[in-house]
Design a protein around this ligand. Structure first.
Ligand SMILES: Cc1cc2nc3c(=O)[nH]c(=O)nc-3n(C[C@H](O)[C@H](O)[C@H](O)COP(=O)(O)OP(=O)(O)OC[C@H]3O[C@@H](n4cnc5c(N)ncnc54)[C@H](O)[C@@H]3O)c2cc1C
Length: 385
């Protein structure tokens, strides 16, 4: 990849922004399970969150490779973009499938941050990975939909104005395929009376502002429907490549942070009168993690290149997410082991990043489901579920 595609100017800009949010800042947010308001505000002001929105709607219209670099650098700095990364890509569903009126109404505000589209409501407690069996219903009554049901693990819902909600508009036994009766609603949560929408925070092993949401006869204007009724599953799937690429970039940023931190500690820490980094038992796991990170990074760049060239890089995007999540987890393990007892100390940040990067083995898609995708769609083996 040429230097031009490495987006050095963007990397430099994000690094500079992240200098204001050092380890003490992220430790405080983690300890209090607090939303990193100041960081999100700074990122919003910088315009980076509008990276993928076309210029005609007030965005910066950068290629996905550049957006990936923004998220990578945030993670590489020791921070975490999960508080706001969805603002960058959730709007893709509106951009690709929304009406001209919806795009004009929402995209400029999403680009300048005055409208927060941070919540993406797909997962339910009983359906889990099997999205097409979800139960939340939206029933058309005159000029409104009435929504009933429950979602779980919906991140940032308390810090978002809009939520992209996947729900069932055709009963499960009336569609030809289970995935056919699903629709996407763009719910403006600011307009919903609290009696119809309850958001409950879920405390997790890392600071992630995730929630469960209950809908009780929630009225949503009919013009909140994105695209056609019944096609919601395909609309959500169409955004998956972008999400995989961007999350893979966060993993690469984490892996680089762990590797830098491990190398530095291995060189500085003296035990038995010599740096611990002189021992191959310390060196080799870090070197291996580095090699794996570089390989994953190449796959990520290939996925981004194909995406920006207008292809549908399902294979590369999924492999990038898989390899990058594995690389960040391997680097996390090597980093923690290199630090010995200090790896567990809050002030070193290793334990926090270790908890944070573990998520990518499970969300937004689990490793097993990526392997199932590759087995079936790339290698041509039978569907396993
Ligand atoms: C912190 C966090 C934030 C999240 N944010 C969001 C969000 O903003 N919006 C949203 O909609 N969702 C969100 N999720 C949900 C996330 O996408 C799901 O947790 C994930 O897709 C797995 O679903 P599940 O937890 O129901 O696991 P399950 O579907 O119950 O699966 C449990 C395990 O079984 C495995 N498994 C299931 N079926 C198969 C199979 N056929 N073959 C092999 N293995 C299988 C899975 O890989 C997994 O390891 C979030 C989750 C977390 C933890």
């Amino acid at each position: 990849m040429s230097d031009q595609n490495n987006h050095e100017d963007i990397r430099e800009g994000v690094r500079k922004l992240c200098l204001d949010f050092g380890s003490g800042y992220w430790q405080r947010c983690d300890r209090d399970r607090a939303y990193p308001v100041e960081f999100v505000e700074a990122l919003t002001r910088s315009g980076y969150l509008g990276a993928l929105i076309p210029e005609q709607y007030g965005g910066v219209e950068l290629p996905i490779g550049a957006a990936a670099v923004i998220l990578e650098e945030i993670h590489r700095s020791g921070g975490n973009a999960a508080a706001c990364h969805a603002q960058m890509y959730t709007m893709g569903t509106i951009l690709r499938h929304g009406s001209a009126e919806q795009k004009a109404r929402y995209l400029p505000g999403i680009a300048d941050g005055s409208i927060r589209l941070q919540a993406f409501g797909v997962t339910e407690p009983t359906s889990g990975t099997d999205t097409s069996s979800l139960h939340t219903t939206a029933v058309r009554k005159g000029d409104r939909y009435i929504v009933n049901g429950q979602k779980i693990w919906i991140s940032r819902a308390e810090h978002s104005d809009l939520m992209l909600l996947l729900c069932r508009t055709t009963p499960i036994d009336q569609g030809r395929k289970r995935s056919e009766g699903l629709s996407v609603l763009l719910v403006d949560m600011r307009e919903i009376p609290p009696a119809h929408l309850a958001i409950r925070p879920l405390r997790t092993m890392m600071n992630h502002s995730t929630t469960e949401i209950f809908f009780e006869d929630m009225p949503v204007p009919a013009d909140a429907l994105i695209g056609e009724e019944g096609k919601g599953f395909q609309y959500i799937l169409s955004g998956m490549n972008a999400e995989r690429i961007l999350i893979a970039a966060e993993c690469i940023g984490d892996a680089k942070w762990f590797i830098d931190k491990a190398v530095s500690y291995a060189n500085d820490r003296v035990v038995f009168d010599r740096p611990i980094g002189k021992n191959q038992g310390i060196q080799f796991p870090i070197a291996k993690a580095y090699a794996r990170m570089r390989a994953a990074e190449l796959m990520l760049r290939e996925a981004a290149r194909r995406y920006d060239d207008g292809h549908n890089p399902g294979e590369e995007a999924n492999m990038a997410k898989l390899l990058a999540a594995d690389a960040s987890w391997e680097a996390a393990e090597a980093c923690l082991q290199t630090h010995g007892g200090f790896g567990f100390a809050e002030e070193f940040d290793v334990e926090r990043k270790f908890r944070e990067t573990r998520l990518y083995q499970v969300a937004p898609i689990s490793t097993n489901l990526i392997l199932s995708y590759l087995s079936e769609h790339v290698l041509g083996m039978p569907r396993s579920y």
